[in-house]
Write a protein that binds this ligand. Structure first.
Ligand SMILES: NC(=O)c1ccc[n+]([C@@H]2O[C@H](COP(=O)([O-])OP(=O)(O)OC[C@H]3O[C@@H](n4cnc5c(N)ncnc54)[C@H](O)[C@@H]3O)[C@@H](O)[C@H]2O)c1
Ligand SMILES: [Zn+2]
Ligand SMILES: [Zn+2]
Length: 362
């Protein structure tokens, strides 16, 4: 029996979101209906609403969610009814070339629900990142559900579903930050601050937070930054990072903004043979012009980080355990808890820089 629930959609480009009835079909063999407890508001939801991802409107927004498995398809073995899960947008297939080469975090054929959710008139919805969780319930593939310790507050646990995982993983997985490393993070929003927390957890001894908003630098310090650089008041940020690292530059520099100028700063702020990790997402028109010889003479590695190169089944339970043990302050990312009617206001708060994360509680 199909189920009707309330959900937040973006019907057309740049229009306010709408809270409407959503029809969830019966789950396909490997699908799961999840009753949503919480869902964080991420930049990508705003990007969907403003036409920055594609034009497959209407979108069912929300993709950073925790909830409880309510119904399972006939062939589901991975989770059971009643399981407390965090949803992910990269359910790896196990069969593609990347998976078979033992690099499933690059999986090119990730799974989503097999059936569409719809509006009351039958119009098919495009769920944000294959999830769509600003809704009382949503339909996903079983592989999109990762069971975690029930002791974790769902407003905290859900954040692993996107931005916080992307930042933690940019440092820990992609950047391979290790004990004694120096790390600089450019852009200290939710993603950059998570990279800072990840660098701390991995044992970095110098962690330099760079932002042009002084408020963000205070939050960054709270999450583990040992030094800060106010980009709005510093002529040469790369030089400032070098000064803070004995004249060398950082071992790993993480660009959590994703603009040509921040990438260029990241490139020159690292030590010879250092690593740049691009986790901020550029837009298609952005261009970079730099001397090719600098790429050669600087050496090292230039990497991009998709979802923090995470493996949800490996990383979500581990990170929740570290949180519950008091070793990873995930709760500090929850700036405000809001209702399902607060998504547009949360978008505005995000744009104003007032919040790391607003979390919708259902
Ligand atoms: N790679 C992934 O899988 C993934 C996942 C989630 C989000 N993201 C991306 O990560 C980026 C950051 O997301 P967020 O939620 O932290 O955004 P945010 O807007 O909260 O944070 C960005 C921060 O960068 C700062 N900033 C902007 N321009 C700057 C500059 N020139 N110099 C220094 N600081 C500057 C802002 O003041 C802000 O604090 C976005 O591009 C987002 O799309 C990537
Ligand atoms: Zn695969
Ligand atoms: Zn997101």
């Amino acid at each position: 029996m199909a189920t009707v629930v309330k959900g937040v959609i973006s019907r057309t480009k740049n229009a306010p979101t709408e809270l409407v009835d959503i029809t969830i079909p019966d789950p396909g063999p490997n699908d799961v209906v999840v009753k949503i407890s919480t869902c964080g508001v991420c930049h990508t939801d705003l990007a969907y609403a403003t036409g920055g991802i594609n034009d497959e409107y209407p979108f069912l927004l929300g993709h950073e969610a925790a909830g409880v498995v309510e119904t399972v398809g006939d062939a589901v073995t991975h989770v059971e009814v009643g399981d407390y899960v965090v949803l992910n947008w990269r359910a790896v297939c196990g069969e593609c070339r990347a998976c078979k080469r033992g690099r499933p975090w690059y999986c090119f054929d990730t799974f989503n629900a097999s059936r569409p959710m719809t509006l009351a008139d039958g119009t098919e919805l495009t769920p944000a990142l294959g999830i769509g969780a600003f809704a009382e319930k949503t339909l996903v593939h079983e592989g999109q559900c990762t069971k975690v310790d029930e002791a974790a507050d769902p407003a905290v646990a859900c954040l692993l579903g996107c931005g916080v995982m992307a930042g933690l993983g940019a440092a820990m997985n992609t950047g391979q930050v290790g004990r004694g490393d120096s790390v600089a993070v450019i852009g200290c929003g939710g993603v950059g601050d998570a990279a800072i927390a990840g660098a701390k957890l991995a044992g970095a001894t110098t962690i330099i937070a760079v932002d042009r908003d002084p408020n963000k630098l205070d939050w960054a310090k709270d999450l583990g930054a040992t030094h800060t650089v106010d980009a709005s008041a510093t002529a040469d940020v790369a030089e400032a990072v070098k000064e803070l690292t004995g004249g060398f530059g950082a071992d790993v520099v993480i660009d959590a903004v994703g603009r040509p100028e921040t990438y260029q700063t990241a490139f020159y702020a690292r030590d010879l043979a250092g690593v740049v990790v691009l986790v901020g997402v550029p837009t298609p028109e952005m261009r970079l012009e730099m001397p090719l010889v600098d790429f050669f003479s600087h050496g090292g590695a230039l990497k991009s980080s998709w979802y923090g190169d995470c493996l949800p089944e490996r990383d979500f339970p581990m990170l929740i355990d570290l949180f519950l043990q008091g070793r990873l302050p995930l709760d500090k990312f929850v700036t405000e808890r809001i209702g399902i009617d607060g998504v547009d206001a949360a978008f505005k708060a995000m744009e104003s820089g007032r919040v790391l994360r607003s979390v919708v509680e259902l």
